[in-house]
Design a protein around this ligand. Structure first.
Ligand code: UD1
Ligand code: CA
Length: 449
């Protein structure tokens, strides 16, 4: 199989997005539109990827380089059509011996397997192959004029006859053809059409004219959804989420109310994990088997051990590492901290820059005071320690194994293993004081009225 090269068109700012951010950098499914497209190109092991950007789009180039190190970025100074954009990239591919795949940066749901089908058609001997889709609402798309499995031409909406307008097989924009043919036909494309643009779709008619073959393949409409405005952006995001949820469920996780569970492209979920409704899982989360994530929890950059229970209403921030069988309850925030196996932090607590040893119990309302306004400090809680409710642990501080902290303490120095530390005002009871106080006050009030 000959190596493939990709051209990704991303020159448009996307005026309908009404944004100062280039369209292809908007996010759906946890990454930029362009990021998704480039990952599809990368999955094909493209030998060369050439990106066509508009003027002043260094941010787009930088984003692309983060995905594909040696991406070649070329600028299309003026928007003169899709063929014009491709011709900006063509010189960079002059020496490429093999097929070229043209992708649009605003069509993010495209899957590598589908691109591979197109490539196989060319590999099998066709000179060109176009990816089409059937739709109930073809308005605005280029229509495929076909005869059996041959593609004769693509007619843009504005240039098509009333009869052609009835065709509901449309052009996705994805084209694969041999580089030699691309280089040969590109200069022949004119701009004699309704928009006065150089249409890449004219390649198809020209290909047939010079006696070469053009085929087509079909894919599901949802896979080639183009993003032109924020409504379509949210539709794309929804379709990505659907993919991630299905992947998690087919991998053995139970999602309750899956439409309300939001996952990231890199979310790893083990078997027999249960995720409740209204859970948001940001990037970098791994959840081990049998763990339960209860409703309204938010996780990001965190690891959850086997059989651990998180939430409801828990927040795991980056570098939270919750051990096997540990528990993180409601209104608890964990950041850059390790909870060892079986540790419990069940209610209203902040644990940051800390270790909570195996089997330790952290009472309600406990706070690790990790920040002095300048530096972050570490709190080390030993195995089996018991922290009484509403305690403040002022870091840096170390609580030894098995130690106990009296409720309401402000702990500023280390506590030895197995000791009890109490750091608060000592309780004093004054018998009868409350009654005497009330009698006095009632008399005062009466004297005033
Ligand atoms: C294009 C196709 C149409 C297809 C539809 C699918 C052409 C002529 N038409 O129409 O057959 O059904 O996509 O969504 O190709 N671009 C540039 N430089 C330009 C013009 C466009 O980089 O000068 C980029 C855009 O940023 C975009 C892509 O090419 O990523 C498609 O351009 P767009 O103007 O959106 O084409 P459509 O009219 O949607
Ligand atoms: Ca478009």
């Amino acid at each position: 199989m000959k190596p493939i090269a990709c051209i990704v068109l991303a020159a448009g700012m996307g005026t309908r997005m009404k944004s100062s951010c280039p369209k292809v950098l908007h996010q759906a499914g946890g990454r930029s539109l362009l990021g998704h497209v480039l990952l599809a190109a990368r999955a094909l092991e493209a030998e060369k990827v050439c990106l066509v950007v508009g003027p002043d789009m260094t941010d787009v180039t930088e984003a692309a380089e983060a995905v594909i190190l040696d991406v070649v970025s070329v600028v299309q100074a003026e928007r003169r059509g899709t063929a014009h954009a491709v011709s900006m990239a063509a010189p960079a591919l002059r020496d490429h011996d093999g097929p070229v795949l043209v992708l649009y940066g605003d069509v993010p749901l495209i899957q590598p397997e589908t691109l591979d089908r197109l490539r196989q058609i060319v590999e099998a001997g066709a000179d060109m192959a176009v990816l089409g889709f059937e739709t109930a609402n073809p308005h605005g798309y280029g229509r495929l004029i076909t005869r059996k499995d041959n593609l004769l031409a693509i007619r843009e909406q504005l240039d098509s006859s009333a009869e052609e307008n009835l065709i509901n097989i449309c052009n996705s924009g994805v084209i694969c053809l041999n580089n030699e043919l691309l280089q040969h036909l590109l200069p022949k494309i004119g701009n004699d059409n309704a928009k006065g643009e150089y249409y890449l779709t004219d390649l198809v008619g020209l290909c047939n004219e010079v006696g070469r073959s053009c085929k087509f393949a079909l894919c599901d409409e949802t896979e080639v959804l183009g993003v032109n405005d924020r409504v379509q952006l949210s539709r794309a995001d929804g379709l990505f989420q659907q993919r991630y949820r299905e992947r998690a469920m087919l991998g053995g996780a139970t999602l309750i109310g899956p439409k309300t569970v939001f996952l990231s492209p890199d979310t790893r979920i083990g078997r027999d994990v249960t995720v409740g409704p209204n859970v948001v899982i940001g990037p970098g989360v791994a959840i081990s088997e049998r763990a339960r994530i209860l409703p309204f929890s938010h996780l990001e950059g965190a690891r959850v051990g086997k059989g651990a229970v998180i939430g409801p209403y828990a927040r795991l921030r980056p570098q939270a590492d919750v051990g096997d069988g540990a528990k993180v309850g409601n209104f608890v925030e964990i950041k850059k901290a390790t909870l060892e196996a079986g540790a419990k932090v069940n209610h209203l607590t902040y644990i940051g820059d800390a270790r909570v040893g195996a089997g330790a119990n952290v009472g309600a309302g406990t706070i690790t005071c990790n920040y002095d306004g300048f530096f972050k400090h570490f709190t080390d809680i030993g195995a089996g320690a018991f922290i009484g409710s509403n305690s403040a642990l002022v870091a840096p501080v170390k609580i030894g194994d098995g130690a106990m902290i009296g409720s309401g303490s402000v702990i500023t120095s280390d506590v030895p293993a197995s000791a009890l530390a109490v750091a608060r005002g000592r309780q004093e009871n004054r018998p009868g004081w409350a009654d005497k106080f009330r009698t006095l006050m009632r008399a005062r009030k009466k004297a005033q009225s």
